[in-house]
Write a protein that binds this ligand. Structure first.
Ligand code: PLP
Length: 427
């Protein structure tokens, strides 16, 4: 039995209709922005291995940092002990994060970073005597992960609806300042926190927030005594053109969720950053039980933290964000030239290196493709034949390449996408 057959026999893939799982593509190694399969075929990693890869694959400095850490210790717990890389990374995260976020609570995925933020916000309100502030306000079509707390605050029906009987109640609103003002005026007394993906709602289909929304959210939450949680799991680590999306609106949240790119896309790692004010509410005598009783086994894993430190060093040493700006412009120009004119492209939504290309059956009437058309998936299949890996969100084709992608590779990515849309959707 070859590897493809064994994959089909033994592995249950996430977000995948396994009946359609034929001819799986099996990756064996990688180099730079390319993934290489077991037959030696090369594919451009157009979505950064699900939005995580930052500096490319097999990046010498990251490989070396993980290897060097492996010679010391692969894992030791943060429950009752510290470890060297987790301390050094926490210091670095605090130094680059928006102002006031001085405490780092580690976990291991975007979902857990969000669970941690929700539980901290809830417990914080109780411990300062505001027991009535127990609800969360979230955005329409939000996505914060797949564990049940994260699903509760999520709003993507296709993924979340079936689990409704298991979820807690969440207030939901569209991302407009007026809706936020209204929601806070009516509900602030019962709200622990507002949770937002800043600037771009990724899994909703790369929806761009109106400029000024995040800044208004910061001001209004402060005015109404509601915590602001920013989920930068997708937007963090340069993806929108700045290290964190919050920076673009000069916003410092009360809690910040990080994952995906935090380890350069090498190893599972996440962090929830908190202010001193929040942290302080958890301090007390042992018997008072103000402790945050939460922790995952691999929390603060030394290998992952070593990768995280090396990644932040690269951001600084190679001035990654400065290098990124002309690439963002190139990506935008190439998309405008090659993709925007296509007859079935309704809209291209781009913020930095996060791009969503929305396809419609009829541009004039904005008639959508049916779910069954699986139009995004078809385009991604076609692009694979051109040596590019993409993953859609329904009818939205997503491009989110590693920040290290070259200008020639940007052209290759966009051109292959344009050709594939034309092949699948027609002119
Ligand atoms: N939050 C946001 C904004 C995300 O985009 C994602 C994943 O795409 C998550 C949370 C969940 O992260 P993970 O898949 O690592 O649990």
């Amino acid at each position: 039995m070859d590897l493809r057959e064994k994959d089909q026999r033994y592995v249950w893939h996430p977000f995948t209709q396994m009946r359609d799982w034929v001819e799986p593509l099996i990756i064996e190694r990688a180099e730079g922005c390319e993934l290489i399969d077991i037959d030696g075929r090369r594919y451009l990693d157009g979505v950064s291995s699900l939005w995580v890869n930052v500096h490319g694959h097999r990046k010498a400095e990251l490989d070396e940092a993980v290897r060097a850490q492996l010679d010391r210790v692969a894992h030791s717990t943060l429950l009752g002990l510290g470890n060297v890389p987790s301390i050094e990374l926490a210091e670095r995260l605090v130094s680059v994060a928006p102002d006031g976020l001085h405490k780092v609570f580690y976990s291991d995925s975007g979902s857990t970073a969000v669970e941690v933020a929700l539980k901290i916000a809830f417990q914080y309100q109780r411990q300062r005597g505001r027991t009535e502030k127990r609800k969360f306000l979230a955005l329409a079509e939000a996505y914060h992960g797949d564990t049940l707390g994260a699903v509760s605050v999520g709003g993507i029906d296709l993924f979340h609806q079936i689990f409704h009987p298991l979820l807690f109640d969440v207030l939901r609103m569209p991302p407009t300042i007026e809706a936020l003002e209204r929601s806070l005026e009516e509900h602030a007394h019962e709200l622990a926190a507002l949770l937002v993906e800043p600037l771009v709602q990724g899994a909703a289909g790369m929806l761009l927030q109106p400029r000024g929304f995040l800044r208004a959210a910061r001001q209004l939450c402060r005015k109404h005594d509601v915590l602001l949680i920013c989920d930068e799991v997708a937007t963090g680590f340069g993806r929108t053109g700045t290290l964190f999306a919050c920076e673009q609106e000069d916003v410092a949240p009360d809690l910040l969720c990080l994952a995906k790119g935090i380890s350069g896309g090498y190893l599972p790692l996440a962090a929830t950053l908190a202010t001193d004010e929040i942290y302080g509410a958890f301090l007390g005598q042992f018997g008072e039980k103000r402790t945050f009783f939460h922790g995952h086994t691999y929390t603060g894993n030394p290998l992952a933290c070593a990768a995280g430190i090396a990644s932040l060093e690269l951001f600084e040493r190679d001035r990654v964000l400065d290098q990124l700006q002309p690439k963002i412009a190139r990506l935008q120009a190439r998309l405008s030239a090659r993709v925007a004119p296509l007859g079935h492209v309704l809209e291209i939504r781009q913020r930095g290196f996060m791009v969503g290309i929305e396809l419609v059956r009829d541009r004039a009437t904005r008639e959508a493709y049916a779910y069954d058309d699986a139009i995004g998936a078809q385009v991604c299949k076609a692009v694979r034949r051109r040596g590019v890996i993409l993953r859609p969100l329904g009818p939205v084709v997503v491009l989110m390449p590693p920040l290290s992608i070259s200008e020639a590779e940007i052209d290759r990515l966009v051109d292959a996408t344009a050709e594939s849309i034309l092949e699948v959707c027609g002119a």
